[in-house]
Design a protein around this ligand. Structure first.
Ligand code: DI6
Ligand code: FE
Length: 411
């Protein structure tokens, strides 16, 4: 008993003499607290606010860190990645530099299907080994939660292998991993062009089996001319619903198939990309509480020219998350800081929107807002401590990492 209470006391940690962006929902802007402190017990925040109002019992923490005026933000969250993949597609990058479009590359047998080949040839442990450096790059910038999608396996065994590899990443590093089943990402070669039959297989066999093994936290799909129709995606979403899993959607990235409205109709956690989304789509998302996940890395990399309708999202009150979309085909990007710069520079997001997009709104897009994404009592003590003078520096710099320390679940 004595030993236990001693170890509990040892789990009380305090970061003081800091400036906070609490990002608390409903607080103005970033929820800035000058002269702030954060206390955590057993990995959970028990206090975040002015140091002058810190309860005296917490001031006696076993371990106190003087932050010397540094800024503390919530640990960053990358809420949309295809981090688990094998090999790379630098060859296609060269083709595109020579003039081919993403759709042309895809139709010529390149694109997602070439990554499917590589992933199927890799073992689970090879996948983990290849993915860890990408995860480490995110972690080095203060990321404490990462969403990882499957979608390069496209059959039961390889989809399960991808999701197990993703879960492994979370065992090997101090980071929260959320997995998303993206079976409806592309048509595998063995489907011989029959999209309906493949979607049937995904909905009736692969998804239920993946769900039964608890390998997925959510279900996603690619709703696009080069991928699957809204009707086909609805079939997958019905299966997700039956399995009790929340849904997300790659929507309106290259054309307007009204994917945003479909996502909203299913109460999706998020709809992602959204370059071609129209006002009806934005209105439907607002009504459903579906987060718009903005992915400027893919927009930049494929040299898209149509920007997502940020003005409409603001006007309708759609919450916006910002993520890397790390993938080998359209966004080989492993910097969430640079992603914020792109969201600001390319799409005109404000500093506050960018920072909310990689913290509170990213948590919301994962259904994790009760758990992380803001500095508030009760949440996981996921913190990033920065060597900056003002929060705007996190968005302003390109390719510079001012992280001082990163805390995940209090450690
Ligand atoms: N949209 C994308 O940008 C990626 N997947 C998707 O649904 C592309 C993935 C790839 O090309 O490998
Ligand atoms: Fe994606």
């Amino acid at each position: 008993m004595a030993a236990k209470s001693k170890s509990r006391a040892g789990d009380l940690r305090l970061w003081r003499n800091a400036r906070l962006t609490t990002m608390a929902d409903g607080s103005a802007g970033l929820g800035v607290v000058e002269h702030g402190a954060v206390a955590a017990r057993d990995g959970r925040i028990v206090y975040a606010g002015p140091e002058s109002e810190l309860p005296p019992t917490l001031a006696l923490a076993a371990e106190t860190v003087d932050c010397e005026g540094r800024w503390i933000t919530p640990g960053l969250i990358d809420c949309h990645t295809h981090l688990v993949h094998a090999g790379n597609r630098a060859n296609e990058f060269e083709m595109r530099l020579a003039g081919a479009t993403y759709e042309e590359v895809a139709r010529a047998g390149g694109g997602i299907v070439s990554s499917v080949k590589s992933l199927r040839a890799a073992s689970e442990s090879e996948l983990v080994t290849q993915s860890l450096p990408r995860l480490d790059a995110l972690i080095a910038e203060g990321v404490t939660t990462v969403e990882v999608k499957s979608g390069y396996g496209l059959d039961l065994e390889n989809e399960k292998k991808s999701l197990r590899a993703a879960r492994q990443l979370g065992n090997q590093r101090p980071v929260t991993i959320r997995t998303t089943f993206l079976g409806a990402h592309a048509l595998p070669p063995e489907a011989k062009g029959d999209k309906d039959a493949f979607i049937d297989l995904v909905a009736k066999e692969i998804l239920p089996a993946v769900a039964a093994e608890g390998l997925a936290d959510a279900v996603d799909g690619f709703c696009e001319g080069i991928a699957f129709s809204p009707e086909q995606m609805a079939h997958v979403f019905d299966a997700a619903k039956a399995a009790g899993l929340p849904v997300k959607l790659h929507a309106d990235q290259l054309s307007n198939l009204h994917g945003a409205e479909l996502a909203a109709r299913y109460g999706a956690l998020s709809a992602d990309h959204l370059e071609y989304t129209d006002e009806a789509g934005a209105a439907a998302m607002a009504k459903a509480g579906t987060v718009a996940t903005i992915l400027p890395g893919a927009y930049y990399f494929i040299r898209e020219t149509k920007k997502p309708p940020i003005g409409l999202f603001r006007q309708h009150g759609v919450k916006m998350a910002v993520a890397t979309d790390n993938n080998p085909g359209t966004s080989p990007l492993t910097s969430l800081l640079l992603t914020m710069n792109m969201a600001a520079t390319l799409f005109g997001l404000t500093v506050d929107e960018c920072l909310a997009g990689v913290t509170r709104e990213a948590a919301r897009a994962l259904g994790l807002l009760g758990e992380t994404g803001t500095l508030e009592a009760g949440k996981s003590a996921d913190l990033a401590i920065w060597n900056i003078e003002r929060p705007a520096e996190l968005v302003y710099r390109m390719g510079f990492n001012p992280l001082h320390a990163r805390i995940w679940r209090g450690q």
